[in-house]
Design a protein. Structure first.
Ligand SMILES: Cc1cc2nc3c(=O)[nH]c(=O)nc-3n(C[C@H](O)[C@H](O)[C@H](O)COP(=O)(O)O)c2cc1C
Length: 193
């Protein structure tokens, strides 16, 4: 039972690490394999497996930065070099980004789309938790870029897929926050009928 107590403790103390506080090294392939395996136990009504992940690291991060820049240029041809540079850097802060992708089957006889999206979100959160439990820092980021058609096309998303997060992962830098902020005290609200 200790195992379960440890998990609750880890959940209570879970926090993100800002992408600017992440550095090399990223998880190696064995660790990455385990982190991604953690997603496979996400609750999944009907076993539709409505998620997948793309690992982006090394030179692919530079290419992702260019995709972000191009997306911004298409939206705003007048965007300043400063803004474009900042956008490029968003792909280059952490040494690894795991793109979390949800696939929602429309009109399924039994499983509403919202349930499929929830499963994908939980799978992504398992990745976040597993990265942290493996000794790395991580943060789930989106920003408008994940909803951008150019970004989704460049990542090869299908029509029925959407990007739900860019999970930045890396080794936590010295001085990074060691606690989460804004934790509320949970309350027990009972419905008595
Ligand atoms: C779907 C989703 C998208 C998010 N997108 C962003 C984002 O684009 N930028 C950001 O600063 N935080 C974003 N967050 C919040 C961070 O991941 C993180 O939870 C927040 O900074 C609070 O830190 P904590 O996780 O330590 O409580 C997002 C969270 C979720 C679940």
């Amino acid at each position: 039972m200790t195992e379960h107590r440890d998990l609750v403790d880890a959940l209570i103390h879970r926090h993100s690490t800002p992408a600017t506080c992440l550095t090399e090294p990223a998880p190696d392939d064995d660790t990455l394999q385990r982190i991604l395996q953690a997603a496979e136990s996400a609750p999944d009504h009907g076993g539709l497996h409505p998620w997948r992940f793309l690992v982006i690291d090394g030179p692919a991060l530079d290419r992702l930065g260019e995709v972000f820049v191009e997306a911004m240029r298409r939206k705003d041809p007048e965007a300043s070099d400063e803004l474009l540079d900042r956008e490029r850097l968003r792909a280059q802060r952490a040494p690894m980004i795991i793109a979390a992708i949800a696939r929602e089957e429309a009109g399924h006889a039994k499983i509403p789309e919202v349930e499929q999206l929830l499963s994908a979100g939980i799978a992504a959160h398992h990745v976040l938790l597993a990265a942290r439990a493996s000794g790395f820092g991580a943060v789930w980021l989106t920003g408008l870029r994940v909803y951008d058609e150019h970004v989704m096309a460049a990542l090869g998303l299908a029509e029925d897929e959407r990007l739900i997060g860019l999970i930045n992962i890396g080794t936590v830098k010295e001085g990074a926050p060691t606690k989460g902020k804004r934790r509320r005290q949970a309350t027990i609200d009972r419905w008595a009928g």
